[in-house]
Write a protein that binds this ligand. Sequence first.
Ligand code: ZN
Ligand code: ZN
Ligand code: ZN
Length: 178
Amino acid sequence: MEKNETEKDNKCPVCGSELNEVEETPTGKKLQRCSKGSWNPETRKTEGCEYVKWFTPEPEKLDEKCPKCGNHLVMATTRSGKKLKKCSTAGWDREARKATGCDYIEWFNGTKEELDEKCPKCGEKLILFTTAKGKKMKKCSTSGWDREARKATGCDYIEWINERSKGNGDEKFPAYET
Ligand SMILES: [Zn+2]
Ligand SMILES: [Zn+2]
Ligand SMILES: [Zn+2]
């Protein structure tokens, strides 16, 4: 029961060695170390292979790639209920008290949906973007944000979708009727 289904991915992705048995940290988290690595409490360092597999509740894997390292992004929720996307390689080394892996984070404040429409500016696909407040807009799929340069990249086409658009003759619809 313990060792058949899991055996396939019981190999270290870093060096290909077997993984050790699952161990439990004092805080009740489970992890599996590479058999070629071990924690030295004296130096407070991992010796040998540093791969550690943490057993955390499966984060929602997204169909998006990390723009920094190309790994999958996962959805995470903060204690205050805010959603964010982070790189699946990101982790937290409790012993060293620092972040490990890729540090890419994207605060999630809406949903994205690919549209069957073409951007009038560049001809690429448009994406329907719904913000956390329920506002909708169409954005070009090539648009992005360069965090280092702090500026927008790609095509800047944006089309806000006003469900109660003003001045288009829509006023006749009782939008505020209760
Ligand atoms: Zn290893
Ligand atoms: Zn990454
Ligand atoms: Zn465009």
